[in-house]
Design a protein. Structure first.
Length: 739
């Protein structure tokens, strides 16, 4: 890799670029020595070290750019317009990076400003679906049960009033010594009615919850599925720029928020408004307008206080959520890179970094708790003032003879009954505010649009193994301003031929695969398959026509069988086994894996070696039966013996198919029908292996001889180790011979 960087540095025409890369190269070499591992290592460390080095290289490049000064950059920008400016198109891509939550935050598409009204309207479209009559019936029945429950709730204090008044006025009629007489007294009947009303109200409430539960859960499931599908419909640019932990939390919190808001609006907010109206009306009718006005004033003061304080508290909840996201991301990143942490003895460093984020969460959580205590106390104070005022008024009326003791009991019961939903309303409002924040994040995800999408009525791609020519026609592409990757690239891969693409780091090799899969669209030029522009055909048919074996084969946390069958989920078992045989992994699965094909591969396939993961990827590509096959440096991280076995499997798979091979080791593409060497985003050299090395002045020949020399040095080092080992064995044997 160091040699390729040196060549890359030599090829750069800009003195500024040379200065940046040479400085990075010196630091890179030092770090590479520290992270170097044995050649046969195929475990997690190799992959993570490479990832760490790439991250370091990007950061060191940015550091070098800062050191160059703003004048040099401004001069470059002034003298040389960007590729987008030269082509007259708008930049749509963002160079891959990371964001805390949404790609919109880092410039990938402008998200739609989602209002609370729009979110609630969208939610109600799920609970009142046009094509599901049974769900509508459930909603109507649930609302009917709701009204019945609230009506019974309001009648409970009224019934209690009549019971108390009757007992107070007719105590002599209640003979507790005579059971038969007591049963038939009016007072006893009123008490029975009181109990039945309370029981009926509770029953209707529970029936309402049971009837509506299916509607609510189905709505949540549909929303979660739609978000999940939408995320998969986003382009690669989006997924390279997001953090999985934060995105997962956004979806989880959003769906939970929908559940809460649905239940709160339908069964808490609306019922509370109904109950306040019924209580105020009953007090107005039975006790006079002043009682109704005091009650409404108390409720209004309670609501205003709750809204104001909750609005103030919202910022603390936002801070707490942000700190929680950051702490979760740090924990996930550290645990994923467990081996790297161990290799450098940085457990305490990781713990301290995690603790710093937990401290932010602790501080935000403390502010949230204190402000909640203030809110709860204020709510109780407002309600207590209102209740005291009403009770004083009722007591005066009793003394004046205009009200009875039963009226006092009724007023007290109505207000205390009203306090329950009011107290809950404060909590509901707080949670609704938080839920709307969580939902806004999720609905913002849904509002993001991708540039990579099907045109209206796009036809399916017409391609077969007999007709599968791939053509790149004058392609211009760059991820970011002033950083062109492909600059007028043109080449063609004939049907059934194998074309290898080689070049230095950053020459655009992997970008070619991304353009072919249409993960990105070029700023100019066309990618054609059988003369069909891939931007004009159906995306699903395009991607079904291409099989890929990636450089880093990340497997699902599932069985070996399911990971292979992922290439064609409808394939019968025998085809899955046959694909494994062709990839030369069937025997290993049957003899070495503890549960054979049902063995779990671990998260990202970490229980398998690099060679085993590559064979699974090859088997998956075989099972897909695509007419076009792409290999993206499929053997770059493997040792020589494993590489040879993988190449044998690849040769069988690619026979008779249109094949594009992205290669780092030139020895792996010697049998290619055509080799393309990329330089500065163009094809600098092309030909067969023999034709290219025949020219000693060619860059390919230079690369070839450098790689051969490096391979010879490694082989010589291994031979010396073997020789020293054999010598030691001989000396040991001599020492063991008795004299």
């Amino acid at each position: 890799m160091t040699s390729l960087l040196s060549i890359r540095c030599h090829l750069l025409r800009s003195n500024q670029d040379r200065l940046r890369l040479r400085q990075s190269l010196r630091e890179f070499s030092a770090l590479r020595k520290a992270l170097q591992t044995p050649a046969r290592s195929e475990g997690l460390f190799q992959h993570q070290s490479r990832h760490r080095l790439v991250q370091w290289f990007q950061s060191s490049k940015q550091h070098a750019e800062k050191k160059c000064g703003s004048q040099a950059r401004n001069a470059t920008r002034t003298s040389r317009p960007s590729l987008f400016q030269r082509l007259g198109v708008q930049r749509r891509n963002w160079h891959p990076g990371t964001s805390d939550l949404l790609t919109a935050d880092v410039g990938i598409g402008k998200p739609k400003d989602i209002t609370s009204k729009e979110m609630i309207k969208s939610m109600f479209s799920y609970i009142w679906p046009k094509n599901n009559i049974s769900f509508r019936i459930r909603v109507v029945v649930a609302l009917g049960l709701l009204v019945a429950a609230k009506a019974l709730n309001v009648t409970v204090p009224l019934i209690f009033k009549y019971g108390v008044d009757y007992l107070n006025d007719h105590t002599k009629l209640l003979n507790v010594d005579d059971t038969s007489s007591a049963i038939f007294t009016v007072a006893f009947s009123v008490m029975i009615a009181y109990g039945l009303a309370r029981t009926g109200a509770a029953l209707f409430n529970e029936l309402r919850n049971a009837v509506f539960a299916k509607v609510a859960q189905n709505s949540i499931r549909k929303v979660a599925k739609n978000v999940f599908l939408h995320l998969h419909s986003m382009d690669l640019n989006f997924h390279l720029s997001r953090q999985t932990g934060a995105l997962s939390k956004a979806i989880d919190r959003g769906t939970r928020g929908i559940n809460f808001v649905l239940s709160a609006l339908v069964f808490n907010v609306a019922p509370t408004i109904l109950e306040v109206s019924l209580v105020s009306g009953l007090l107005f009718y039975k006790c006079g307008p002043q009682f109704a006005l005091v009650t409404l004033g108390c409720v209004a003061s309670y609501a205003v206080f709750t809204l104001a304080v909750t609005q103030w508290r919202t910022k603390f909840r936002v801070m707490m959520n942000k700190a929680d996201n950051e702490a979760g991301n740090v924990a996930i990143d550290s645990l994923i890179n467990y081996e790297t942490v161990k290799y450098f003895n940085n457990e305490l460093h990781e713990a301290d970094k995690y603790d710093q984020h937990l401290k932010k969460y602790e501080n935000a959580s403390l502010k949230t708790t204190i402000s909640l205590a203030m809110l709860n106390w204020g709510q109780n104070a407002v309600f207590s003032v209102g209740l005291t005022a009403v009770m004083v008024m009722a007591s005066q009326n009793i003394i004046n003879g205009t009200m009875t003791v039963g009226d006092l009991v009724m007023v007290n019961g109505l207000l205390f009954q009203l306090s329950l939903p009011l107290n809950f309303l404060g909590s509901v409002y707080r949670e609704i505010r938080q839920s709307l924040i969580d939902m806004r994040t999720m609905f913002t995800l849904l509002s993001l649009e991708t540039d990579i999408k099907n045109k209206l009525n796009a036809p399916a791609l017409k391609v077969t193994p007999a007709e599968s020519t791939v053509t790149f026609q004058d392609i211009y592409f760059e991820y970011a301003r002033d950083n062109p990757i492909l600059n007028g690239l043109s080449f063609s891969v004939p049907t059934g031929k194998k074309v290898a693409i080689v070049g230095g780091s950053g020459s655009g090799k992997s970008t070619i695969i991304r353009l072919l899969y249409r993960f990105y669209d070029p700023q100019a030029g066309k990618v054609l398959i059988n003369g069909q522009n891939i931007s004009d055909v159906d995306l699903d048919s395009l991607r079904k026509s291409i099989g890929v074996v990636p450089q880093d084969c990340i497997l699902f946390h599932d069985t070996v069988y399911n990971n292979i069958a992922y290439g064609d989920l409808s394939a019968p078992e025998e085809e899955v086994y046959q694909a494994a045989r062709m990839a030369e992994i069937h025997e290993s699965i049957e003899t070495r894996f503890p549960r054979k094909y049902q063995t779990q591969v671990g998260e990202r396939g970490l229980k398998l070696s690099g060679g085993e993961k590559q064979r699974v990827a090859i088997a998956r590509a075989i099972l897909k039966k695509a007419p076009i096959i792409v290999y993206d440096e499929a053997t770059s991280s493997l040792d020589t013996i494993t590489e040879a076995n993988i190449l044998n499997a690849l040769h069988r798979v690619t026979e008779g198919k249109t094949t594009i091979v992205i290669a780092h080791r030139l020895s792996t593409v010697r049998d290619a029908d055509l080799i393309l060497l990329l330089e500065r985003g163009k094809v600098a050299e092309q030909g067969t292996h023999e034709e290219l090395i025949a020219n000693p002045d060619s860059l390919y020949s230079e690369l070839w001889h450098k790689q051969i020399t490096a391979a010879d040095e490694r082989r010589l080092s291994v031979d010396k180790d073997i020789e020293l080992t054999d010598t030691a064995k001989v000396l040991d044997e001599k020492d063991s011979i008795p004299h």
